[in-house]
Design a protein around this ligand. Structure first.
Ligand SMILES: Cc1cc2nc3c(=O)[nH]c(=O)nc-3n(C[C@H](O)[C@H](O)[C@H](O)COP(=O)(O)O)c2cc1C
Length: 326
C-alpha cells in the first residue's frame, strides 16, 4: 500500500466579520478587506449580517433621519433579527466595520455590541475596527472602545476612511446623499462619500491581516496594520465633536423624555433640534476651525497629542505600504 506523504497544513484560522451598510459603501470596503482572507484556504471567514428591526430606510425621510438621533447618542439600540451565531463559536480574529451616526457608532452596530451573544463571541478576542464615515469619528470610536471593553474584547487595530471632500462641503453633500440617495457632485461641490480609489486601496489591510494570521500575530498585543496609513486623525475637528457630543446628550435625553422612537410627540422637538443643529454647524465648526488656525502656535502641542491619541493603535505611518500596494 502506498501512503501519501502528509503535507504539514496550517491550522484553520476563523475570522468573524460584522456587516451592516445602507448604501453599500461600508459593505464595499468590507468586501475589499476580507477578499484576501477568503482567498486563503487556511482561513475561514464568517460574515454576520445585522438586520435591525424595524429596518432603517435608505434614503432616509427627513424626520425619520432625525428621529434616529436620540437613541444613537444615548447608545440605546433597536432589536436585531436573530443572529446566525449562538455565542459559543470560537474566532481567532474579529473585524468590526462600522459607520458613524450622530458622533456615535451606528445603531445596528451598537445593537450588536450590546447583544448578549456579542459578549460571548468577543470576550478575550482581538478586534479590528474599520470606520467609514463623513469625517467626524473620534468620539464615536471612544464610545465603541467602551462597548468593546464591556464585552472583554481586545481592540488591536483601527482603520479610518473619511470622505475626501472639504468638511464644510460634506455638511451639504452627505445629508443630500442620505436624504435623496444622490451621491454625485453638483454646483461645483464634490461627490458625497468615499471615492473608488480609497475603497479599492483598502485591500492592503486584508493582505496584511492574512499575513498576520499566517504567523499567529493576532495572538499578540501589537497592531497588525501599523505602517499602512490606517488612520489620519484631524485633531482640529475634536473641539467640534466635543461640543456636539455635549449638546447631543442634552437634546437626546429631552427627546427620549418626549416619546419613543417614531412617536408624534417628538416631531416639534425634532424640528427645534434641527434648527439648533444647523446653527451649530454653521457657527461652531467654522469658528472653532478659524480660532484653532489663529492659535496654532499655542495649540500645537495639544493638537499633536490629540492626533497621536486618536491614531492609536494602528497609526498613520506608511512604511509598510510598498509591501501591500497592488
Ligand atoms: C443617521 C446618520 C447619521 C450620521 N452621522 C454622522 C456623523 O456624526 N459623522 C460622520 O462622519 N458621518 C455620519 N454619517 C455618515 C455615515 O457615517 C456613513 O458615511 C454613511 O451613512 C454611509 O454608510 P453606509 O455604508 O451605511 O451607507 C451619518 C449617517 C447617518 C445615516
Amino acid at each position: 500500500m502506498i501512503t501519501q506523504p502528509s503535507t504539514p497544513s496550517r491550522p484553520t484560522k476563523r475570522v468573524l466579520v460584522i456587516q451592516y451598510s445602507q448604501s453599500g459603501q461600508l459593505a464595499a470596503v468590507t468586501e475589499r478587506i476580507i477578499a484576501p482572507l477568503r482567498a486563503d484556504p487556511a482561513i475561514e471567514v464568517h460574515v454576520e449580517s445585522l438586520r435591525p428591526q424595524p429596518a432603517y430606510p435608505f434614503p432616509w425621510p427627513f424626520f425619520r433621519f432625525l428621529d434616529a438621533f436620540p437613541e444613537s447618542v444615548l447608545l440605546q439600540p433597536p432589536a436585531l433579527a436573530p443572529l446566525q451565531l449562538a455565542g459559543d463559536e470560537d474566532f481567532d480574529l474579529v473585524v468590526l466595520p462600522y459607520q458613524v451616526w450622530f458622533l456615535a457608532p451606528s445603531l445596528p452596530i451598537t445593537a450588536f455590541l450590546r447583544h448578549p451573544v456579542a459578549a460571548r463571541l468577543l470576550h478575550g478576542k482581538p478586534v479590528v475596527t474599520v470606520i467609514a464615515c463623513r469625517n467626524m469619528w473620534m468620539l464615536a470610536q471612544e464610545k465603541t472602545k467602551g462597548l468593546l471593553a464591556a464585552c472583554g474584547a481586545r481592540l488591536i487595530d483601527n482603520v479610518v476612511l473619511t470622505d475626501p471632500g472639504p468638511t464644510l462641503a460634506t455638511f451639504i453633500t452627505t445629508p443630500r446623499w442620505l436624504w435623496t440617495g444622490k451621491k454625485a457632485g453638483f454646483w461645483g461641490l464634490p461627490a458625497a462619500g468615499l471615492n473608488a480609489a480609497q475603497i479599492s486601496a483598502t485591500r492592503r489591510f486584508g493582505l496584511a491581516l492574512r499575513d498576520a494570521l499566517q504567523r499567529d500575530a493576532e495572538q499578540g498585543s501589537a497592531p497588525l496594520l501599523a505602517g499602512l496609513g490606517a488612520v489620519t486623525a484631524d485633531p482640529r475637528l475634536y473641539v467640534s465633536e466635543k461640543a456636539g457630543t455635549r449638546s447631543f446628550f442634552v437634546w437626546g435625553r429631552l427627546l427620549r423624555a418626549a416619546g419613543a422612537p417614531g412617536s408624534r410627540q417628538r416631531v416639534p422637538l425634532l424640528a427645534l433640534y434641527v434648527v439648533f443643529l444647523v446653527v451649530m454647524i454653521v457657527t461652531v465648526v467654522p469658528t472653532s476651525l478659524a480660532l484653532q488656525a489663529l492659535l496654532r502656535p499655542l495649540l500645537g502641542a495639544a493638537l499633536s497629542r490629540i492626533k497621536h491619541q486618536f491614531e492609536m493603535p494602528s497609526g498613520s505611518a506608511k512604511d509598510r505600504l510598498s509591501q501591500y500596494e497592488d
